[in-house]
Ligand binder design. Sequence first.
Ligand SMILES: Cc1cc2nc3c(=O)[nH]c(=O)nc-3n(C[C@H](O)[C@H](O)[C@H](O)COP(=O)(O)OP(=O)(O)OC[C@H]3O[C@@H](n4cnc5c(N)ncnc54)[C@H](O)[C@@H]3O)c2cc1C
Length: 423
Amino acid sequence: MIEQGPNTASTTDVPRRNWAGNVRYAARAFHRPTSTDELRRLVAGSTRLRAVGSGHSFNRFGDTDGDLVSLAGLPTAVEVDRERGQVTVSGAMRYGDLARQLHTQGYALANLASLPHISVAGAVATATHGSGQTHGNLASAAAGLELVTADGDLLRVDRDTDRFAGMVVGLGALGLVTRVTLDVVPAFELRQYVRLDLGREALDEALGSAYSVSVFTDWRTPRLREVWRKQAADQPPPSADWLGTTAAVQPRHPVLGMSPENCTPQLGEPGPWHERLPHFKLGFTPSSGDELQSEYHVPRTAAADALAALDDVAHLIAPVLLVCELRTVAADELWLSPNHRRDSFVVHFTWIDDTAAVLPVVAAVEERLAPFAPRPHWGKVFVTDPAELAARYPHYADFSTLLTDLDPKAKFHTDQLNRYFPR
Ligand SMILES: Cc1cc2nc3c(=O)[nH]c(=O)nc-3n(C[C@H](O)[C@H](O)[C@H](O)COP(=O)(O)OP(=O)(O)OC[C@H]3O[C@@H](n4cnc5c(N)ncnc54)[C@H](O)[C@@H]3O)c2cc1C
């Protein structure tokens, strides 16, 4: 176990707004407890409260008018269980910090998101994901949780616990997650190659061609601008004419005009998993920094039809878009996972930072994708009708029951949560 000791920084370190700046938290008080006991007393004594992670989500699911609590002041720990192939970490830990420590012990996580800056508990709560058709989202690696529930009790659950599949993607509404146990795999190396100008007819093959593949496009032409292939270090590099693309000869940033210095090494240079799976480096600003995001999971088999449906609104998308990313995620069993029992094709939009201009386009995108029962990313901007969303999740009603059972007084409820899970 690596103990890093308590962090005594003050409540001024608790973010007052989210990373993107489109949500200013409405909390009446901000807290940063330095022990689990202090956290438990705080929860027991509050009538309305929420955890905040690293603040990288784009909506108000976590925006309480009561007490907002950062768990980043709790003592941190990385505890590897070699026999079980698992690591237990503090919920507030950033994936980038966890990854470095895991790697030095010879372990890896099977996948990572595009940025290493996000907290483990915040990412798991919203089913954050990377890409790769045989890899589940980051929540699917969760083998156990420790959480402070509404009455201030400490609850430990694992895969053998009744309704565990409902608790993992908990939207922050079941309790404050102090520790998460994650499955690990032996550390591995990857190489990242960027290929340019992919035809849509080759998209499916490209997405399945390597460990993790992301395709970037801008909806200005039907062609797909870039393919980021994160492949096993011992897999041969793509051939010169791979799927009709050409090789990028300089490092790239997904958003045109931004510095590739912020991005993980490309051009086939081998390196550890945690320095290739994310697109962005830990010490640098991820993405554009001045943006909104939306993302929709549809069945993997619907990829071509979903893109064709969006062609009708490409003229609306392009003017408010910084970049669009296409990824894959394997199916899982978690109740509120957008990948619940569905191998998924995922369409992500990085929008300009203009909510008024973006929301009508989000509505148009959702309307075009509706035939494919899209499940929006829980941490991003969406306008889906609650009844329609409920119909896309077989366990939606079960999750509502779980909410009531674990939080009978709706302490963790927020206005946006209440819109989707009314009490
Ligand atoms: C630049 C950028 C790139 C991104 N790339 C990806 C990507 O590649 N893939 C992807 O899927 N998503 C991506 N996201 C979205 C991001 O991963 C999610 O929004 C995720 O929730 C962020 O984690 P966080 O710690 O910042 O959570 P926060 O925004 O702080 O919180 C999110 C939710 O989790 C809850 N929560 C946080 N901590 C706890 C806790 N300890 N206990 C209980 N509940 C808690 C909060 O109450 C809230 O409801 C990206 C976001 C940005 C800004």
